[in-house]
Every structure is written in C-alpha cells, then in structure tokens.
Design a protein around this ligand. Structure first.
Ligand SMILES: [Cu+2]
Length: 167
C-alpha cells in the first residue's frame, strides 16, 4: 500500500494548465492510497481495501513515496510491525500499537488478526487534513479493512453508491 501526498499544481503545469509548481513552496492538496483518494480506495476492484475473513492474519506493506510523514492508523485492530525497510524485526522487539508514523521512503510491514465483528474498519492517515478531497472530509488518504461478510450489506452498497459506483 503506497501512500503519498501531491501538489496538484505540478500535474496541472505538466498538462499545460494555468499553474506553476514551486518545489520551495510545496502545497500538497491531494492525498492518496495506491494513487487513489477515498472513497474510491474502498472499492473492492477499483480501489485497494484490505479484504479479509474473520480469523485471517492480515499482512500489509506500507510505503511512503511522498515528502510528508503519514501516521497511519487502523480502527479496532492493533497491529505489530514485523518488518522495517526489508529487515525483520526480532519477535522480542515487537509490540502492539495502533498508529505507525511512516516517514518519507519508510517501508513497514505490519500484521494483525482480523478478529473484530465483521464490518468496515477504516484505515487512514492521522493528520486529519490529509483525509480530505479539497475542502471535503472525509476523503483522501483513507481506505479500510473490509470483512467479506460486510461486503453484501446495505451500508457497503450505500458507501459504493456514494463513491459513484453503480450496482
Ligand atoms: Cu498523512
């Protein structure tokens, strides 16, 4: 799962739009998980939610390719960091946490048990201004752990409809 923030002036400048990017005055205004903003991130095929069944061990790789640090948090599921930058963390040094700050170029692998009631549990950057699309909250750097049993529910269908998907 790759997280990063973008200054949309750079893309607009490349596209020939009326914008000029300035690396000395970067103004990130787009926040993504695997290149997409919430709620699109939660779509099972178009996005990349963590999809699990109750009892699964979930392993996630987090990579920050941006300029800002992103403290990532998962609701209701405490996790252990098992790898950092490709190196294995010794078992004796692991402990449960619910936020991991992921600095630029950091790679973390975390593991947790999907042991909650089947549902939709959000994962997001804890800099809340990174969880937006423009002035609209929530959005941006947010996805989730979606239990398979929760995918056929009204709330998930409503969420996908809100995200602009049909059927
Ligand atoms: Cu962030």
């Amino acid at each position: 799962m790759t997280v990063r923030e973008w200054d949309s002036r750079l893309s607009r400048q490349y596209a020939g739009g009326d914008a000029s990017y300035d690396i000395t005055n970067r103004q990130p205004d787009v926040f993504t998980v695997n290149g997409k903003c919430a709620p699109r991130t939660l779509h099972p095929e178009d996005g990349s939610p963590m999809i699990a069944e109750q009892g699964d061990t979930v392993r996630v790789h987090w990579v920050n390719t941006g300029f800002n640090a992103h403290p990532l948090h998962i609701h209701n599921h405490r996790f252990e960091v098992v790898e950092k930058d490709g190196g294995t963390i010794p078992e004796a040094a692991r402990y449960e946490r619910d936020v991991q700050n992921v600095a630029p170029a950091d790679r973390y692998t975390v593991e947790f048990e999907a042991d909650a009631d089947p549902g939709i549990y959000l994962m997001h950057c804890h800099k809340i201004d990174h969880v937006r699309n423009g002035g609209s909250y929530p959005g941006g750097m947010l996805t989730g752990l979606v239990y398979k049993d929760a995918m056929n529910t009204t709330i998930f269908r409503d969420l996908m409809e809100y995200a602009g998907y049909e059927g």
